[in-house]
Ligand binder design. Structure first.
Ligand SMILES: Nc1ncnc2c1ncn2[C@@H]1O[C@H](COP(=O)(O)OP(=O)(O)O)[C@@H](O)[C@H]1O
Ligand SMILES: [Mg+2]
Length: 301
């Protein structure tokens, strides 16, 4: 295992394509495999926060300002020196493996993240920052405060907001691996090309134009082998990924459309489920090969 953990951003301009589901599955599978995993929620919808921590703990954390939005507001609007690591909740997992909860940590977002991001733009332009300087500022904060978090973990996931929010853009440009979750249908993959264009082909030396470390990996989600549109779109994605000037790679493991995977995201009130009961046959069929592919990309064969 390398000294610093790997940063993995899961993104797509489109919402509802399985970004959060992919983060939860991979984070839990890597934790079950013995890795130390931190999940950072960059989406104001706080989906991954509520999936991992459950509603009660998340509400408490939001009330106490133990969120990314509170951190950013203090740091950039009031110019305090807030402690980012104090906002990380360890042992959040509601899934049990080998008689103990999975070792997962969470930096949650809250419902005001979008507002806070906008307020930062207003505040800094008011202070005569150029847009370029604002991007520099976020880039610097990411490298000074977020990237060092990776020293205490093997993997740090960023569950990105749909669209390209300021923090999402920084995370995608700084990550060791960008996974673009996409349903293999016309509209989801239409957004995929726009996303690759916007981030990977529009790069230069300025902070908001730093080229990501490598081309993104598309992970096919909600795959239905019997649906013709899915077969055709998958074939097209495979051809595009093989092309000489390909803008993306394609993971071989596909996440199938499955009720059990949708349910895996719903936090339970009662007895905590075990990892193997929660994912069942998806452990050998999907999670283990997915983890193997991700590890091979990040650490080599
Ligand atoms: N593999 C899957 N099988 C069935 N339902 C899924 C699957 N992946 C995601 N979903 C459902 O699709 C919706 C959107 O998924 P989500 O992971 O929240 O997407 P995003 O984070 O991209 O907005 C959710 O209701 C989720 O339960
Ligand atoms: Mg999401």
């Amino acid at each position: 295992m390398s000294v610093r953990g790997k940063l993995i951003a899961v993104a797509n301009m489109k919402g509802g394509v399985g970004k959060t589901t992919t983060v939860v599955m991979l984070a839990e599978a890597l934790a079950a495999d013995g890795a130390r995993v931190l999940v950072v929620d960059l989406d104001p919808q706080a989906s991954v926060s509520v999936c991992l921590a459950g509603d009660a703990l998340l509400s408490q954390m939001i009330t106490r300002g133990r969120t990314l939005e509170a951190y950013l507001a203090l740091k950039l609007i009031t110019r305090h020196k807030p402690d980012l690591s104090a906002r990380i909740q360890s042992g959040v997992s509601l899934t049990v493996h080998k008689n103990a909860p999975l070792s997962l940590s969470l930096l949650p977002s809250g419902p005001h993240l979008r507002l806070v991001e906008r307020e930062i733009l207003y505040e800094l332009t008011e202070r005569k920052f150029s847009m370029h300087a604002i991007d520099e500022r976020l880039w610097k904060i990411f490298h000074e405060d977020f990237a060092p978090l990776a020293a205490a973990y093997d993997y740090v996931f960023f569950d990105c907001a749909p669209g390209i929010s300021p923090m999402t853009e920084v995370a995608v440009r700084a990550a060791d691996l960008v996974l673009v979750a996409s349903i293999p249908d016309f509209l989801s993959t239409y957004g995929l090309n726009a996303f690759v264009e916007t981030i990977w082909r529009r790069s230069g030396r300025q902070a908001n134009h730093i080229k990501p470390k490598s081309a993104p990996y598309v992970v096919v989600t909600r795959f239905q082998a019997q649906v013709r549109q899915h077969q055709q779109t998958l074939a097209r994605l495979q051809a595009e990924a093989r092309a000489e000037d390909a803008g993306f790679h394609l993971l071989e493991t596909r996440i199938p459309q499955a009720a059990a995977l949708a349910e895996a995201l719903v936090p339970t009130d009662g007895a905590l489920p075990t990892f193997s009961a929660k994912y069942g046959a998806h452990v050998p069929n999907v999670l283990i090969p997915l983890v193997a592919e991700v590890k091979e990309i990040l650490h080599g064969p």
